[in-house]
Design a protein around this ligand. Structure first.
Ligand code: GLA
Length: 374
């Protein structure tokens, strides 16, 4: 994040909050993430390799004397709120659900207090960069700070997943909240989503990571997402294991014939992808970027053909990127059905990528996870 961008957003939020309260604000930030590889495997207990990025959501927060939460969003230009003690909170299918869902999940862990919040972001909304986890974690940090009782970063991440699963209605995994909480500057994060152990992997020098936004957002993405998740659970059940993570590629090769289509292809993606993540982390550690890039390309093909979560716009961007000199690999990133692609390339060829993709291109850097701002 450029220091001046962060300062400008903070100043804007300070002014927004001054319209709600005359109390002094505190500020918290949570980054978005891009996933290098390991897509649609977190909810199967698999390995993923995301990084927190230098695009973030910032919250300004001040205490209230009553039990209300009021929140003002820069992006939506709206103020909304709710009572912390409302008896039966119901989702409204709007952005306030993230705040309400987070408050509910946190209340199961610690007592909360009323708050005025102003929120803004430098992340594209719905662009596959985890704007929703960044939103939830930033709001969560703010609410926890006012609660006066500590909560570990891991519990905060779990609360964000619970908010999505139990309130917003997306059966998402733990990758996004963990990436945005545990990010480490200049590192990707190898996350074992079964044990929730996060291992930073230093990114080799001389590379760049680029995002290209397809500009497409699919409204039905969450129902297709939930359907994929259900298919992997059914495949695991048929193979007699709790999670597809528990099936090695060798065992899958022996037993895949037991599975009907499309479950066979879905499981093939998940099991192959988990192996690709482990191999990519090893390749990055060795500085073997050609192998890392090849594995990213293979990940895209698998998401397109076996998991069927890509769309033609993403496929075209990926193919175009893969054809540019200096690009090691490219693939769709995030849930799919729209959103962005991620490109791993030589730092000295960024200009060629910029010529090809223009304004749709963003170069990102690995950033630290969520924190208070001084
Ligand atoms: C979304 C979800 C994550 C993960 C990815 C796909 O980003 O929030 O939990 O499942 O899709 O890898």
């Amino acid at each position: 994040m450029l220091p001046e961008t962060r300062t400008a957003l903070r100043d804007g939020l300070r002014a927004d909050l001054a319209g709600l309260t005359d109390r002094e604000p505190r500020f918290f930030r949570a980054p978005g993430r891009v996933n290098l590889i390991g897509e649609h495997v977190d909810y199967c207990g698999g390995l993923v390799l995301p990084l927190a990025i230098d695009r973030e959501t910032i919250v300004a927060v001040a205490p209230r004397d009553d039990r209300r939460i009021r929140i003002r969003s820069r992006e939506r230009g709206e103020i909304t709120g709710f009572d912390l003690d409302e008896p039966l909170p119901q989702p409204e299918r709007s952005w306030v659900d993230y705040v309400r869902g987070m408050a509910l999940a946190l209340r199961r862990r610690i007592p909360l207090a009323g708050a005025d919040l102003a929120i803004g972001t430098t992340l594209p909304l719905g662009g596959g960069l985890s704007s929703s986890a960044a939103f939830e974690i930033a709001v969560g940090m703010a609410l926890v700070a006012l609660a006066g009782k500590p909560l570990s970063p891991r519990e905060l991440a779990r609360a964000a997943q619970e908010a999505e699963n139990g309130f917003v209605g997306v059966q998402s995994g733990i990758m996004d909240p963990l990436a945005c909480t545990f990010g480490v500057r200049d590192h990707a994060l190898l996350i074992d989503c079964r044990s929730e152990v996060v291992t930073p992997v230093r990114l080799p020098a001389g590379i760049a990571i680029a995002i290209v936004d397809s500009g497409t957002r699919r409204a039905l993405a969450s129902s297709a997402y939930n359907q994929r998740r259900a298919e992997t659970q059914e495949a695991a059940r048929l193979l007699g294991v709790p999670l597809l993570r528990d099936v090695s590629p060798e065992r899958f090769a022996r037993e895949e014939a037991q599975l009907p289509e499309p479950l066979r292809r879905r499981a093939r993606h998940v099991i192959g992808e988990i192996a690709r993540v482990a191999a990519t982390a090893d390749a990055l550690r060795r500085g073997d970027l050609a192998t890392a890039g090849m594995l990213m390309n293979a990940s895209h093909a698998s998401l397109r053909d076996d998991y069927e979560v890509s769309i033609p716009q993403l496929d075209r961007l990926v193919e175009a990127a893969q054809g540019i000199e200096g690009v090691y690999g490219a693939r769709m990133t995030g849930a799919g059905f729209g959103g962005s692609i991620v490109v791993l390339l030589r730092a000295d060829t960024v200009a060629a990528l910029a010529r090809a993709f223009g304004d749709a291109l963003t170069i990102v850097h690995a950033a630290d996870g969520a924190s208070a701002l001084a």
